[in-house]
Design a binder for this molecule. Structure first.
Ligand SMILES: Nc1ncnc2c1ncn2[C@@H]1O[C@H](COP(=O)(O)OP(=O)(O)O)[C@@H](O)[C@H]1O
Ligand SMILES: [Mg+2]
Length: 245
């Protein structure tokens, strides 16, 4: 398992995730934000990395029960990250082959349940946007404090958008050196189009030497500290969180 928040909770990266966690907790004061989707404009920006670390970070809060659902049915990786089986998962639950209880797994290192993707279907968008999916999420809502949805990229296919009717908040992951700002804008517009509640943006793969970064907005205090700290040599793996709207 290569999740830094588990392996090295004292690292600046784990600290950055705790910072994101606090931001989410504070945005949760008035609304009940429980089902949180993580998406990005394209593949490989770090959605799955972010979601596994965030889930670990939240699971350290006292008595919090966390579920991760791998909804990236075109490129599921959550099972690999956590080293668990993907023989049965979300799609089997939805089809009715298996019950949720038969498909859900857990890990011993943290208080996290995991529902892997299951068999890859020919029609992911249809499945994720189905009323069965919505009904399923609503049926397990009360069993968890936070449900993290690892979603497909929003810029390429409509999968992430079709889930907005049961998602309370969305985090957009942006790989700061890899993704054109226009592409990020399109992703943001697509999310707004489906009335997604965008909680914020996580700048991933952030290189502090990258001056173009300023284009995205501001640093918060801890990012500034990280940027100026001796740990700078880890900067490629640093994370940032800034409010998008
Ligand atoms: N902050 C980071 N620094 C360096 N590599 C990263 C970082 N975040 C993710 N990666 C790597 O980038 C690749 C894609 O990440 P992943 O989380 O699978 O993206 P996605 O789920 O968006 O497709 C993986 O190999 C992952 O280890
Ligand atoms: Mg992924």
């Amino acid at each position: 398992m290569k999740i830094i928040s588990l392996k090295n909770p004292k690292s600046p990266i784990s600290e950055a995730y705790r910072n994101v966690r606090t931001n989410i907790e504070f945005s949760n004061l008035d609304k009940d934000i429980k089902v949180i989707m993580v998406t990005s404009s394209k593949q490989n920006e770090g959605k799955s990395t972010v979601i596994s670390n965030l889930a670990v970070s939240f699971s350290k809060l006292e008595d919090k029960k966390i579920l991760i659902i791998d909804c990236d049915l075109r490129n599921p990786t959550v099972h690999r990250t956590f080293g668990i089986s993907n023989i049965f998962g979300l799609t089997d639950t939805l089809i009715g082959n298996k019950t949720f209880e038969e498909c859900v797994g857990s890990i011993s290192e943290a208080n996290i349940d995991i529902l892997t993707a299951g068999k890859i279907p020919p029609n992911p968008s249809e499945i994720l946007g189905s009323s069965k999916m919505k009904y399923f999420i609503n049926s397990i809502r009360d069993d968890y404090d936070y449900i993290f949805i690892d979603a497909p990229p929003i810029g390429i296919v409509t999968d992430a958008g079709v889930m907005s009717n049961f998602i309370d908040g969305t985090i957009l992951v942006v790989a700061s050196n890899e993704t054109d700002v226009e592409v990020v804008k399109i992703a943001k517009e697509r999310l707004e189009h489906v009335n997604a509640n965008i909680l914020g943006v996580i700048l991933n793969k952030f290189d502090s030497k990258d001056s173009a970064y300023g284009y995205y907005g501001y640093y918060n205090e801890s990012e500034r500290q990280m940027k100026n700290s001796k740990k700078k040599r880890f900067s490629l793996k640093n994370l940032g969180f800034s409010i998008f709207k």
